[in-house]
Ligand binder design. Structure first.
Ligand SMILES: *Cc1c(COP(=O)(O)O)cnc(C)c1O
Length: 367
């Protein structure tokens, strides 16, 4: 085998683009002493039993065959769920992949013509947007959230080359109303707005209701959070057929089989498991509200969350210190170093037992 030095020296094969990359850093998947994992907004409950039985029924001989590149049955299940047409649905290997394809499909790279307008997103949001904007060499611009971490709508209305918003936003959990999204979409119908609804099932309403009226909206959702299938890697986009066609063109220029047979089968079952879905999201919302009350009683600052996590700042301690204290006690949450939010930690909503343990540990820490 190569010595370490040799393996480093093989970096000489990196091209200039690879050298310049600033990759996204996902939350840890720890193997050690963590008892309670509340750092990546996974669902604390097992997926729907319908999903598990659909997987169990897969005939292993079928894995010999490539999957349907168009994921037709899965897209039919998704369109039936939303009451839209199948050609208004695109599916991909997690919504991160769908987002990446949307960045490629809809925005011009810098240097491709005169003054490319910037794609715009908030300064505090899902950090993958900046990673993709750089990766695809796009002109981008951030607009600061206001002092209450709200999206300043009028600033977003000013001319730009496109808008991407997580709604509810991450890591704040704060949601914009449908009226706000509709207003923004109506400001310039020649500008595309991508709404990343990774957490919308824990919120009031989805912008899917606006799709009939605005063909400049693309909505992206995932099965990773509300459907408890982060390990399966399935995400999807909903929008006008021509937007979906653009995503298909990008996908088919890269990898025709982004969604495998297991994911197509399990994903379809997930959309049919409505009783499980309703129960699990209600349970998580109830736990979120209970934890928010308990933390406010303990003088935490708790941002109003419409997601499956809370963004909180502890009294009399830095965010980093609080993160470390919880970690010591075997509870893993997420801390972001960005200066605007470093007083906060993001706590994913776990089971009721997880939340009781968390509050007990906090009470011991604050003594
Ligand atoms: C979790 C998350 C995603 C990615 O979800 P996957 O489908 O697991 O790739 C996208 N956007 C936001 C805001 C998220 O929090």
């Amino acid at each position: 085998m190569n010595s370490k030095d040799d393996s480093q020296s093989a970096r000489r094969f990196w091209n200039s683009k690879t050298k310049a990359l600033i990759p996204y850093v996902p939350g840890e998947q720890p193997r050690d002493r963590i008892r309670i994992k509340l750092n990546t907004n996974e669902n604390p409950y097992a997926p729907a039993p319908e999903v598990m039985s659909a997987l169990a029924e897969i005939n292993s001989a079928e894995l010999r065959l490539y999957p349907d590149p168009g994921s037709l049955e899965l897209r039919q299940a998704i369109s039936a769920y939303f009451g839209c047409k199948t050609d208004e649905v695109f599916v991909g290997n997690g919504s991160d992949e769908v987002l990446a394809m949307a960045f490629q499909a809809f925005f011009e790279p810098t240097g491709s013509g005169p003054a490319v307008q910037a794609i715009t997103f908030p300064d505090v949001t899902y950090s993958f947007y900046l990673v993709y904007a750089r990766y695809y060499n796009l002109n981008w611009r951030t607009i600061p959230l206001d002092e209450n971490f709200q999206v300043p709508l009028s600033a977003f209305a000013s001319p730009s080359g496109g808008i991407i918003l997580a709604n509810p936003n991450a890591p704040t959990g704060i949601a914009l109303s449908l009226d706000a999204i509709a207003w923004l979409a109506g400001q310039d119908r020649n500008r595309l707005i991508i709404v990343d609804e990774a957490y919308v099932d824990f919120a009031e309403a989805s912008a899917v209701a606006l799709l009939g009226e605005y063909d400049n909206l693309l909505i992206i959702q995932t099965l990773s959070k509300s459907r408890a299938l982060a390990g399966l890697r399935l995400g999807y986009a909903l929008g006008a057929p021509a937007l979906i066609e653009a995503l298909e063109r990008v996908r088919d220029s890269f990898n025709s089989y982004t969604v495998d047979r297991l994911a197509q089968t399990a994903g379809k079952a997930a959309f049919e498991a409505s009783a499980w879905f309703e129960q699990s999201r209600r349970r998580i919302i109830a736990s979120r509200e209970k934890l928010a009350d308990e933390l406010r009683e303990r003088h935490f600052t708790v941002l109003p969350s419409s997601a499956n996590f809370l963004f909180v700042s502890p009294p009399g301690r830095s965010g980093l210190d609080f993160y470390r204290g919880l970690r010591q006690a075997g509870i893993l949450v997420r801390h972001f170093k960005q200066s605007r939010v470093d007083a906060y930690v993001r706590i994913s909503i776990g089971t009721e037992d997880d939340m009781d343990t968390l509050v007990r540990v906090i009470d011991e820490m604050l003594l």
